[in-house]
Structure formats: structure tokens, C-alpha cells
Design a binder for this molecule. Structure first.
Ligand code: NAD
Ligand code: TYD
Length: 338
């Protein structure tokens, strides 16, 4: 049986990817995750009993620990999701972003080459391209111009993955996706944070004028694209992934308030994020034409289902909001909300 090692499988996108693999494929699935504040095995309760699935706790920046995992597990394929992923945290302190996203990626590339991994998919972000004005979209040949410490560290990892292909002939592929939403997203990112605050009648902190634009995609559509790239992508290539759903933040927040049945009086405009990228939009022509992938979920339908999921999983939300999360939340919003 082909063995796939998933890094960051206890996080939002990785846990949904593991669920998809267990449901629809016959791979042995190994989840390698350090279980940081963002990693939660409760997100994988439904696959725990699956004999194809196993979990190994390791820090990807710890070369010895990673070597041990690769020596014992001998994966055939690697899909690399593990990262520090939240822009606001990277503004407060970029250290962990450089360590995990840059160093950790190189450690994984080295171990993968040493242990003859056949193919390595690096899951990256459209944020490496920087910010757009009112017009245009990011394509795979857009210049790399990251603006936040998060996106700069992801761009660094993209370059290392590219170099492993060009220098060592190691079969790597890169995906760059727009903003994801869906079940099991940690409630510090826009959509789950706003859903929970609306349900709980708390203030909804909107940065700046609320007119920044993100191009939203349901996590399952993203993961189906990553799977397509893993199974059919051309080595050395970059594939953009997007949901064709550009929305201003205020539109998203108002749609959430409506779905929850809460009042728009909860909206609070707060001080803007430093260096806040204005607009992201993805041109996903390449993956559509080469690999036949297209997103299947409309944003309004996907958002309504996501609001429902959070309503029905409030106990999951309570448990993931650990002490560490609450401390971060206070630092981030303490002096910005009344
Ligand atoms: P997440 O923060 O929910 O999960 C990250 C996971 O990585 C967690 O399980 C965490 O425990 C693990 N991790 C962190 N540091 C680690 C380390 N040193 N060693 C091992 N594991 C570690 O992130 P996500 O939203 O699921 O994003 C997954 C990937 O997709 C990231 O690489 C991110 O850059 C990329 N991406 C995310 C989005 C999005 O909208 N969320 C969009 C495009 C790309
Ligand atoms: P986020 O979910 O952090 O994703 P990213 O910054 O990687 O795009 O934020 C999405 C958008 O929502 C972004 O423009 C910042 C904005 N935002 C708020 O207005 N308030 C918030 O509390 C958060 C977390 C984000």
C-alpha cells in the first residue's frame, strides 16, 4: 500500500485532507504534527479507528525527530501542510514562522530525499504574491512579493522547494491557494472568529475600513485540488488554486450575521492590521486546463454550511480555545475592543 505522510494533519486543512484520503483512497496515511496551539487531534476523532491512519508527534524543524519518523515510516509521498499560518501572530513575533515554515520545510526536503520519497507536494498560499489593486488576478508567473512575515516565510519555503527540484532533481510540486473556510478552522481566522462571536453576542472586530478583499474557497475544494496535484501534477510545477469568490470582508461579516440571526450592531471597526494586504484574487486557469480541477462549492452555500457546522460543534470550539489561545486573543484585541 502506498504510504502518504501528511505534515500538519492536526490543523484545519490537513485534518480535512486526511479525512478525504481515508474516505476516498487506499493509501496508508501517516499524520506528522507537533500539536501546536493550532493542532488538535479532536479534529480527527472520526478517523482514529481507521486502520489505514496513524499519528506521530514530531516537530518538523527538529531534524533528528524527522529523521526517525522517515526511517521508520518510509513514506512514498509527502504532502506538506505544517506551518505557522496566522498573519496576525507573525506581526507580533515572526520567530516561529521562520523556524517552522523555512527551516522545517528544508528539514523535510532533506529527509525526503535521503529516504527516496517519490513526490513532495508543498502546500503554499497566494499571499506570497503580495497584494493586488482593484484589477487583475495572481497567476503562477506573478512576481513573488510577500508583505507579511507569514507570507515572507512561506515564500522562503516555496523557493527552497523549487531549489530541491532544480538542484537535486527531487520531484516537488507547489500549490498556492487562496483563503480557505469550512469545518475545523481554528477560531482566530476571520470566518470562524466572526461566526463564534456572532453566536455568542460578542463584538465583531473588523480591521480598517472592512473593504479588503479575499478570494474564498471551501476547504474541501482546496483539498481535492491538492489531491489532484499529488496524483497527476507535473513535477517542478506551481498550481494556483482559487474559489472564484472574491468578497470584501464586510460582505462576509454581514453574511455571517444574517446566517446566525445576529445584529449588525455587533460590528466594531478596529485599528487596521499593519501592512494589511488589500486584495487577493486567483487565476486558476492552469489547474483547470491541465488537471481538470474546478471548485464545486458556491461561497454562500458553503458559508451557510460552515455556520451550521460551528453551531453544532460548539463543544469542539470550546476545547480548542485553550489557555494559550485565550492569552493570544487578549494580546491581539485587548486594547482594540471596548
Ligand atoms: P493551521 O494553523 O490550522 O494548522 C497548522 C498545523 O501545523 C497544526 O496542526 C500545527 O500543529 C502544525 N504545526 C505547526 N508547526 C509545526 C511544526 N514545527 N512541526 C509539526 N507540525 C507543526 O493551518 P491551516 O490553515 O490548516 O494551513 C495549512 C497549510 O495551508 C499551511 O501551510 C498554510 O500556509 C497553507 N494555506 C492555508 C490557507 C488558509 O486559508 N488557511 C490558505 C492557503 C494556504
Ligand atoms: P485572516 O482570516 O487572518 O486571513 P489572511 O490575513 O491570511 O487573509 O483574515 C482575512 C481577512 O479578514 C483579512 O483581510 C483580515 C481581516 N480580519 C478582520 O478584519 N478581523 C479579524 O479579527 C481577523 C482575524 C481578520
Amino acid at each position: 500500500m502506498t504510504k502518504v505522510l501528511i505534515t500538519g494533519g492536526a490543523g484545519f486543512i490537513g485534518s480535512n485532507f486526511i479525512r478525504l484520503l481515508c474516505r476516498e483512497r487506499d493509501y496508508a496515511v501517516l499524520n506528522l504534527d507537533a500539536l501546536t496551539y493550532a493542532g488538535n487531534l479532536e479534529s480527527l476523532k472520526d478517523v482514529e479507528g481507521d486502520p489505514k491512519y496513524s499519528f506521530l508527534r514530531a516537530d518538523i524543524a527538529d531534524a533528528e525527530a524527522v529523521e526517525e519518523v522517515f526511517a521508520s515510516a518510509k513514506p512514498d509521498l509527502v504532502v506538506h501542510f505544517a506551518a505557522e499560518s496566522h498573519v496576525d501572530r507573525s506581526v507580533l513575533d515572526a520567530t516561529a514562522f521562520v523556524r517552522t515554515n523555512v527551516l522545517g520545510t528544508q528539514v523535510l526536503l532533506d529527509a525526503s530525499r535521503r529516504h527516496a520519497v517519490r513526490r513532495f507536494v508543498h502546500v503554499s498560499t497566494d499571499e506570497v504574491y503580495g497584494s493586488l489593486g482593484a484589477e487583475g488576478k495572481f497567476s503562477e508567473v506573478s512576481p513573488i512579493r510577500p508583505n507579511s512575515p507569514y507570507s515572507a516565510s512561506k515564500a522562503g519555503s516555496d523557493f527552497l522547494v523549487r531549489a530541491a527540484f532544480h538542484t537535486h532533481g527531487f520531484e516537488t510540486l507547489i500549490t498556492r491557494c487562496s483563503n480557505n473556510y469550512g469545518p475545523y478552522q481554528f477560531p482566530e481566522k476571520l470566518i470562524p472568529l466572526m461566526i463564534l462571536n456572532a453566536i455568542e453576542g460578542k463584538e465583531l472586530p473588523v480591521y480598517g475600513d472592512g473593504r479588503n478583499v479575499r478570494d474564498w474557497i471551501h476547504v474541501e475544494d482546496h483539498n481535492r485540488a491538492v489531491l489532484r496535484v499529488l496524483e497527476e501534477g507535473r513535477p517542478g510545477e506551481v498550481y494556483n488554486i482559487g474559489g472564484n469568490s472574491e468578497r470584501e470582508n464586510l460582505e462576509v461579516v454581514n453574511a455571517i450575521l444574517e446566517a446566525v440571526g445576529a445584529s449588525s450592531d455587533l460590528i466594531r471597526f478596529v485599528k487596521d492590521r499593519p501592512g494589511h494586504d488589500r486584495r487577493y484574487a486567483i487565476d486558476a486557469t492552469k489547474i483547470r486546463e491541465e488537471l481538470g480541477w474546478e471548485p464545486s462549492r458556491g461561497f454562500e452555500e458553503g458559508l451557510a454550511a460552515t455556520v451550521e457546522w460551528y453551531r453544532e460543534n460548539l463543544s469542539w470550539c470550546e476545547r480548542v480555545r485553550s489557555g494559550a489561545y485565550r492569552e493570544y486573543y487578549d494580546r491581539q484585541y485587548g486594547d482594540r475592543l471596548s
